[in-house]
Ligand binder design. Structure first.
Ligand code: ADP
Ligand code: MG
Length: 230
């Protein structure tokens, strides 16, 4: 479970997040929407303990980002916005390294499972630097899933993917969401409709909308987006 409690983030006098609160539970795939600069990546960096909030607190599986950052990091799989990877490493080498950092048992077998799951098999003998953007995203997603985390935080996970890759990766994420909590940011409303059970919109750092997707279509969501972020 993710609990966000009155989070405010101020960078050099600029309010990037302003009193944001929500909770999300296992089985939910929450789409985090908002214009560029709304504060989506900032919120994700706070939840993953990369930066501290200015005010407020958050817990992941009951662990506070302040008091138990190591526990929080253990529980989270994170795909950051620009997907930082080691270009000189081979795919399996990098995934093995990630698995061992998390103390995954049977890391070799786990790496093979992930390669299969995210569809890396045809490229799996390459170095990361030799991969196209879509395949790098798959490596990033495999890295985020490697320790079977309870919570997945994915910052624009599908940018740069072609339409076939999109469908495959969406299916992986949606499937992961059956037993995990997934928080993902995107600009694509159809994607929200295809993967998410809930959509949260932030604008200028404020939470301006929170809807269950069974009650709203992507068309209505687009209209709402324009309305609340105008
Ligand atoms: P989003 O991911 O929704 O596009 P961000 O969270 O990246 O938005 O950014 C929110 C706002 O905070 C933007 O105005 C951005 O310029 C600002 N910002 C982000 N990171 C920093 C930083 N390290 N220092 C100063 N301002 C920042
Ligand atoms: Mg961002």
């Amino acid at each position: 479970m993710i609990e966000v409690k009155h989070i405010t983030k101020i960078y050099d006098g600029q309010r990037a997040l302003d009193d944001v609160s929500f909770t999300a539970k296992e089985g939910e795939v929450v789409g985090l929407l908002g214009p560029n600069g709304a504060g989506k990546s900032t919120l994700m960096k706070i939840l993953t303990c990369y930066i501290p909030p200015t005010e407020g607190d958050a817990t992941i599986g009951g662990h506070s980002i302040y008091d138990e950052p190591l526990e929080v990091r253990r529980m989270i799989g994170y795909l950051p916005e620009h997907n930082p990877l080691y270009p000189d490493m081979y795919i399996r080498e990098f995934l093995r390294f990630s698995a061992e950092m998390y103390g995954v048992k049977k890391s070799k077998e786990r790496v093979e499972e992930m390669v299969e799951l995210v569809g890396l098999t045809p490229e799996s003998n390459k170095r990361i630097g030799q991969l196209s953007k879509g395949y790098r995203q798959r490596v990033g997603l495999a890295q985020a899933l490697i320790h079977d985390p309870q919570v997945l935080i994915l910052d624009e996970p599908t940018t740069g993917l072609d339409p076939n890759q999109l469908e495959e990766i969406r299916a992986v994420i949606k499937n992961a969401g059956k037993e995990k909590v997934v928080l993902l940011s995107t600009h694509i409303m159809q994607e929200v409709e295809a993967m998410c059970s809930r959509a949260i919109i932030i604008n200028h750092g404020r939470l301006v909308s929170d809807d269950k997707l069974e009650h709203i279509t992507s068309q209505q969501l687009t209209e709402k987006f324009h309305q609340v972020t105008a």
